[in-house]
Design a protein around this ligand. Structure first.
Ligand code: GLA
Ligand code: ZN
Length: 679
């Protein structure tokens, strides 16, 4: 296994972040001062130009590159590298004034005015053309600049537009999907219901509070379309970049837990994955926060299964939460190194220097308004830079996992849209994270993947609430078990196909009924005050929210309901299918039942953890491994506010102190990084 770098020409951890000197043109000498501070802060990267359109093209067709030239040259002269952004996330005033059609129309039918950012229509031919022109200029001017190591396309693609052009494109999308046959669409959307049968594609409107929202298939297709439109826009942005400098890798910064876009459709369009991450530390349950961001990083890594880039995080504080608490000492290092433990080859911040005005002037940055290096935060950034240098050999190493959790945007969308179950307790992503936490607590690397992804690398795959089962998912799951894999699925498995049509012939749909050896006859949705229970291996486990009435059809029953009229019916089953085994959990537990059953399976399948033990490491503590085939790098992370001692299970080299040890002692919010060689 060799190392994989974002750019072979700069095989090092990146440390730096968003750099917006275009806001400081009225302050002479600022770039030189920034260069001095960049070096002092142990930074080697600047992400430039994200919102610099009005500086580069101050009037239509008039391009001014002097300032940008100076910025890029100076960064390079001072040993830095640049990830260069295309500026499409916000546009100059002249553009919006002359071509108001580039602004989005909201679901109420109102066209936006200039407004803030991230609000352009992805269909707009004018916007696409203006973006093509400026991206071409940037690629021609800077594609071969020695500082530039990659492209940052736009910024946090998100949102949707209901303008007439987007609606027309949606209809086109549906024409393609349904072979221009309205009967096919009517069947897929079950639109005979309430006499909503469509006579033509022209009658179709996107789902809004004022239009037809009775077809869940249509709602889901709208979401698919929004993803496709975004990807299409992104492809259009990337085309001139690739044409002019094919060797420069391209990414866009994603928001891992964002519901609106199915990021798996970005695969193959971007060369490397990257994300922005702002965990809400120090409020609520700290372990939940850690699991939340860990899951997000694994979603992002799961897109390419290669190292990714942490494109933005904060040095200390954000400015957009209800309460903006400063990270406590230790956490400012642990927080971004969590990304590194999960496969990030960078720690980049938003942003280098705090703006003097505007909405983000109180957001954390490397350089504060005081303007010097003599701040607490600057010191912490410098220390992180030094630490990254110290462990630079880890850059490019892989994260390999023997287990995976399936996270499926389409199941999330369709469950959310569905009328049934309960409005308040579907909790798709919370459930996915709860299963993921079983591995997290034990220091077991886990991939987060889609239902169509290759499952063959894994011993165990958990598919929580996999409500949507299209033909490909059914085959993929069945093949995995048949060939020896262990699949663990839960309530709501395989109820509908890709159009939200219920599977006929008993749930879970198609072959899955055989794979799991069960039939799910009914689902009971409990009121918040209700619960049931079951016993597993002598312990009692509380069941809430959803209890399915399933029948074992060949599966072995491992636990049964303890109460209600379905007392004695199965809660957990296990079925041999081909060379593998398929487990089914028919009711939602509060974390204890799934933990007990899955931890048994982990032992049975001999799954490896970072520290040798598969017992939980203690509240708020986790561990992760990166490797290159010869060396293994173990990250031990303590998110709790009390010290932790973690036995490492063998002798390792502490990369921070340089000493050999077999135990890791961490302060509150402490981080340990260790190395050993594979025998
Ligand atoms: C996002 C954006 C940045 C900045 C930060 C602030 O991630 O990409 O431009 O607004 O949020 O947290
Ligand atoms: Zn539009």
């Amino acid at each position: 296994m060799s190392k994989t770098y974002m750019n072979e020409k700069f095989p090092h951890f990146l440390h730096g972040g968003d750099y917006n000197p275009d806001q400081w043109v009225d302050y002479p000498g600022m770039i030189d001062e920034d260069m001095r501070l960049m070096k002092l802060a142990e930074c080697n990267e600047m992400t430039v130009g994200i919102f610099a359109w009005s500086m580069i093209e101050p009037r239509e067709g008039v391009f001014e590159f002097d300032y940008m030239d100076k910025v890029l040259d100076k960064i390079y002269e001072n040993g830095g590298r640049v990830i260069l952004a295309t500026p499409s996330a916000a546009r100059p005033h002249w553009l919006g004034d002359k071509y108001p059609e580039v602004f989005r129309v909201d679901r109420d039918g109102v066209r936006e005015h200039f407004n803030s950012r991230h609000n352009h229509c992805y269909s707009s031919p004018v916007y696409r053309e203006k973006v093509r022109i400026i991206n071409t200029k940037l690629a021609k001017r800077y594609g071969k600049h020695p500082a530039v190591i990659g492209w940052h396309v736009s910024n946090e693609y998100s949102g949707e537009c209901f303008c007439p052009l987007c609606v027309a494109n949606f209809r086109e999308y549906l024409r393609r999907k349904f072979h221009n046959d309205i009967r096919e669409l009517n069947h897929a959307y079950w639109s005979y219901f309430w006499s909503h049968t469509f006579d033509s594609f022209e009658q179709i409107e996107p789902p809004t509070p004022y239009t037809d929202q009775s077809h869940m298939g249509l709602t889901c297709d709208w979401r698919r379309f929004v993803t496709e439109m975004t990807v299409d826009f992104m492809r259009a942005e990337i085309a001139p970049l690739k044409e002019i400098c094919p060797e420069l890798p391209v990414t866009t910064n994603m928001l891992s837990n964002y519901v609106g876009l199915d990021y798996r459709r970005f695969k193959g369009v971007i060369d490397f994955a990257s994300c922005d991450s702002y965990p809400a530390w120090h409020s609520g349950d700290q372990q939940d926060t850690a699991v939340h961001s860990a899951f997000g990083y694994d979603i992002i890594r799961g897109l390419t299964l290669k190292p990714f880039i942490l494109m933005e995080n904060t040095t200390s504080v954000v400015n957009w939460r209800d309460y903006n608490k400063i990270m406590r000492p230790g956490m400012e290092t642990l927080s971004p190194f969590q990304a590194v433990a999960h496969g990030s080859d960078s720690i980049l911040y938003f942003q280098f220097r705090k703006g003097r005005g505007g909405q983000e002037k109180f957001h954390g940055a490397i350089v504060d308004h005081v303007g010097t290096e003599k701040t607490r935060v600057f010191e912490t950034v410098k220390r992180k830079g030094e630490l990254l240098k110290k462990v630079d050999e880890i850059c490019g190493t892989a994260v390999r996992s023997e287990v995976a959790v399936v996270y499926d945007w389409e199941s999330r969308w369709m469950l959310d849209a569905s009328h049934g179950f309960s409005k308040n307790t579907k909790k798709y992503i919370e459930t996915a994270r709860a299963y993921y936490s079983v591995f997290w607590k034990r220091g077991i690397n886990c991939d987060v993947i889609g239902p169509h992804d290759d499952l063959s690398p894994y011993k165990i795959v958990v598919a929580p609430m996999q409500y949507v089962a299209d033909a490909e998912t059914i085959d993929n799951f069945a093949r995995f078990v048949e060939r020896g894999g262990t699949l663990y699925a839960t309530y709501t498995l395989g109820m509908v196909d890709e159009n939200d049509l219920c599977h006929l012939g008993g749930f879970p749909g198609g072959k899955l009924r055989d794979v799991f050896g069960i039939w799910n006859e009914e689902i009971d949705t409990l009121y918040p005050e209700d619960s049931n229970f079951c016993e597993f291996k002598g312990a009692k486990h509380k069941l809430v929210d959803y209890c399915e009435l399933i029948h074992a059809e060949g599966a072995e029953v491992l636990a049964v309901y303890g109460e209600d009229f379905y007392r004695g019916m199965p809660v957990v089953t296990s079925n041999v299918y081909g060379a593998g085994r398929a487990y089914y959990q028919a009711a939602r537990d509060c974390g204890t039942l799934s933990d007990a059953v899955i931890s048994e399976i982990v032992k049975e399948r001999g799954v490896r953890s970072a520290t040798g033990t598969v017992e939980p490491l203690g509240y708020g503590v986790s561990a992760h491994v990166r490797e290159d085939g010869e060396d293994r790098y173990v990250f031990v992370e303590n998110y709790s506010d009390v010290p932790a001692t973690v036995p490492l299970g063998r002798k390792m080299t502490d990369l921070i102190s340089g000493k050999e040890t077999d135990v890791c002692k961490l302060d509150a919010y402490g981080l340990g990084i260790f190395k050993y060689s594979e025998e």
